[in-house]
Design a protein around this ligand. Structure first.
Ligand SMILES: [Zn+2]
Length: 86
């Protein structure tokens, strides 16, 4: 049986099954990637696949603070992807 891996959602701060979360990773080339492949490594945060958690993540500027990231163009791009994914 596969072991359950849980990660913290940056919207509601609950520990959620990894499979039910959207992953956002800061890649080595300095860009952000939504749901990267397992070969694309970097600092990552997670958010539930629901409107409220994504809204909270954006409101609390978690892409900037939790990922220690400052490229606003990339942040806005990822926020649009997140908003359109629910
Ligand atoms: Zn959540």
């Amino acid at each position: 049986m596969e072991k359950e891996i849980k990660r913290k959602c940056q919207g509601c701060f609950n520990l959620i099954n990894r499979n039910e979360l959207i992953k956002i990773t800061k890649l080595k080339d300095g860009t952000l990637k939504v749901n990267p492949s397992k070969y694309e490594l970097g600092r990552s945060i997670y958010v539930c696949k629901n409107e409220e958690c994504i809204k909270q993540l954006i409101k609390k500027k978690k892409l900037k603070t939790a990922l220690k990231y400052s490229n606003m163009d990339e942040i806005l791009k990822v926020e649009e992807i997140l908003k359109s994914s629910v």
